[in-house]
Design a protein around this ligand. Structure first.
Ligand code: BT5
Length: 308
């Protein structure tokens, strides 16, 4: 979105504005104002005009502009109705040298989970990837994934959903621990420096239970239809705040963790660790107390076992 359009939307969100007032405020011609208003209408914004000026009567339910114009984080939002996977699209944008871009979609046709698993992504979800070029060694990127889980959990709690985090980054709801959100981080880089990272966040938003796999839940199922644009903004702003204050990530993650202080089994490609999850390290690794030692587990699939 051009900054001018963003400024017009912000001004209209405040109050009715006359064409001349907008032209003066933005230092553009009245004809240019009119063109921008037309472009915004084409993007689904309902802007009424009468002698008192332009009034923002309605905004589209979802899309790039509606998320971006009130976003505090400095991300550009690239919206697609349907995409194979927002992570794939983010990878393409990374190849073009882009940074601080969010790819957002209503539907993914081949959404990806971790380890080549499938991620169901029907229309009505919030499927997005945040593309960043952080000045970090690759070993620090798991923390960005934790930050994304914290951001989703806080946004969900703000909406009254009883969300918690299963290590490393599943957002689960309620006693039966139904999965509301999952995160897949992909990156490219060298041994000591990340070139880019795409943090892929999937949130089951306005989707009925019948369109989700077993064991999944959605915001709609929990609290009814949500304003996806506002929810997306909330997650992105919270994520960006944590990105700027990485020292807060693990403390906030611990606050919402449902994995700590309980028996777990962590599956890794070649091994399996069973014990009590006691803490996470700054790196994001899970500390598991087994019968004879405390093991630091940096990745794997975690299963919560029944409390003994
Ligand atoms: C994840 O994998 O939880 C990571 C999911 C990341 C999805 C986002 S959407 C935006 C971006 N673009 C992508 O293509 N991906 C990212 P994992 O922990 O492997 O969990 C996958 C498992 O969760 C599957 O094997 C199913 O059992 C289950 N599952 C699939 N779709 C689901 C859904 N929509 N909600 C809850 N569970 C689901």
């Amino acid at each position: 979105m051009t900054d001018t359009r963003k400024e017009i939307l912000l001004a209209l969100a405040e109050d009715t504005q006359t064409g001349p007032a907008l032209a003066e405020q933005l230092d553009i011609s009245r004809a240019a104002v009119w063109k921008h208003i037309e472009a915004l209408r084409e993007q689904g914004f309902t802007i009424d005009s009468d002698p008192s000026g332009y009034t923002l009567a309605d905004t589209p339910e979802f899309g790039g502009l509606v998320v971006e114009y009130q976003l505090e984080a400095p991300f550009t939002v690239v919206y697609e109705n349907s995409v194979t996977s927002t992570n794939n699209r983010a990878r393409e944008l990374a190849a073009e040298g882009k940074d601080q871009v969010v790819v957002l979609a209503d539907e993914q046709t081949t959404g990806k989970g971790r380890l080549d698993r499938e991620w169901s992504s029907p229309s009505g979800g919030i499927w997005m990837s945040i593309l960043l070029r952080p000045d970090l060694p690759p070993t620090h990127t798991p923390r960005l994934t934790l930050a994304a889980a914290v951001a989703v959990t806080e946004a969900a709690r703000e909406h009254g959903v009883d969300a918690g985090i299963k290590w490393p980054n599943d957002v689960l709801v309620g006693d039966n621990e139904a999965k509301l959100s999952g995160i897949l981080t992909e990156m490219e880089g060298e041994a000591d420096r990340v070139s880019w990272v795409a943090i892929g966040i999937g949130i089951n938003a306005n989707i009925g239970a019948e369109d989700l796999p077993e064991g999944a839940t959605s915001l709609q199922e929990q609290i009814g239809t949500v304003d996806r644009a506002a929810f997306t903004r909330d997650v992105l702003d919270r994520f960006y705040e944590l990105y700027q204050h990485p020292d807060q990530i693990t403390a906030r993650w611990r606050e919402y963790a449902v994995t700590l202080d309980r028996p777990v089994r962590v599956q890794q490609p070649r091994t399996e660790i069973t014990g009590r999850a006691v803490d996470i390290e700054e790196s994001g690794a899970l500390l598991v107390e087994t019968e004879d030692e405390t093991v630091s587990v940096s990745s794997g699939d975690c299963e919560h076992l029944r409390q003994q």
